[in-house]
Design a protein around this ligand. Structure first.
Ligand code: TXA
Ligand code: MG
Length: 307
């Protein structure tokens, strides 16, 4: 299938159909955020539990503030990281622009301005907020190439935009900015260290208001069992290596030990390894700092540990 233009995609959104949307993090399955029927189709296509709210994608920070109420910290974060892979959860301002179903009935809303030019072109041509969860069926690894995205939920879309392979490869960092506190709900490519450089020390995410309903323990999982922090492959396992000389070159997350490269390769290699139907997928230890926090988070969930 050849990709559609942003204009065709915008027309599909306007008529309540779903769109395959490329972003810099992962491919999204997009719908008009204000249209409950369209949003319901996302939950159906993904098999996603309805208590798990979606992210509203907008074209710029001014539009974000028509959706959500931002305090000084939220503005500082938007200024520092948008357009880009940061999602801000803040009190909802307009309950119709992002419908109740999209917010799972919460009084807060998640919003982000994607860095991918084609994503912003679709949103601009559409002229409103677009909700887009990762385009995988619920519980499976997020797609980071056009073909993987079509394989997951391609049957459900009225248009599909090809944005090439996703440069970042893990989902956006999600923070909540509520009651004057900033908490990290989902580690992502904007690191804890980068956030703290802008807003100071982060609050604990344990508080009721800061919970992220979508953080199911088993998530991002391929069919084969995943074993993390492995020094070597056992019989019948594929080893996804990290660092020089670890495992086979074609299965290396990053031979040079680069976390950005590893993040960009993570979901694609999990999928490719899974396709060979191995006994299991073993993964080398990954450093825990910086972007490593997000990679380890996804790996723990793929391996079925409570996060
Ligand atoms: O990189 C990304 O963020 C991708 C691309 C397509 O933009 N999208 C994505 O969406 O990862 P999704 O639906 O797979 O993840 C959204 C996360 C979930 O963990 C959800 O629970 C959380 O954001 N979330 C959304 N609204 C929230 C809210 N009001 N309060 C707390 N968490 C919220
Ligand atoms: Mg997801």
């Amino acid at each position: 299938m050849k990709g559609d233009s942003p204009e065709i995609a915008a027309e599909a959104l306007k008529t309540g159909r779903l769109v395959m949307l490329p972003t810099e993090t992962v491919y999204g399955l997009a719908a008009d955020a204000s249209n409950p029927q369209a949003v319901a189709r996302i939950f159906e296509a993904k098999g996603r539990p309805r208590f798990n709210p979606l992210i509203a994608h907008v074209a710029n920070a001014v539009d974000a503030e028509t959706v959500a109420v931002f305090d000084a910290s939220a503005r500082a974060l938007a200024e520092a990281f948008w357009p880009g892979p940061l999602t801000i959860v803040a009190p909802v301002r307009d309950r119709d622009q992002v419908c109740d179903l999209a917010r799972a009935g919460l009084d807060s809303v998640a919003v982000r301005v994607p860095g991918h030019l084609k994503a912003r072109a679709v949103i601009a041509a559409f002229g409103g907020a677009v909700v887009a969860p990762s385009a995988n069926r619920s519980g499976r690894p997020s797609p980071t190439t056009f073909d993987d995205a079509l394989e997951e939920t391609g049957q459900a879309v009225g248009a599909a935009v090809d944005g090439g392979p996703c440069a970042v490869g893990v989902e956006s960092t999600v923070v909540s900015v509520l009651d004057g506190q900033v908490a990290l709900l989902r580690p992502g490519s904007v690191t804890r260290e980068e956030l703290e450089a802008v807003v100071g020390p982060l609050a604990e995410a344990a508080g009721q208001g800061h919970r992220s309903p979508g953080r199911l323990a088993l998530h991002y999982a391929p069919d084969a069992p995943v074993r993390i922090e492995a020094e070597a492959a056992n019989d019948g396992e594929i080893l996804l290596g990290f660092g020089p000389g670890v495992g086979e070159a074609r299965w290396s997350l990053s031979a040079s030990g680069d976390l950005r490269e590893a993040a960009a390769n993570l979901f694609r290699l999990l999928r490719e390894a899974d396709r060979t139907q191995p006994k299991g997928i073993a993964v080398s230890p990954i450093p825990r700092t910086g972007l490593g926090e997000a990679i380890n988070d996804r790996l723990k969930r793929a391996a079925g540990f409570v996060g």
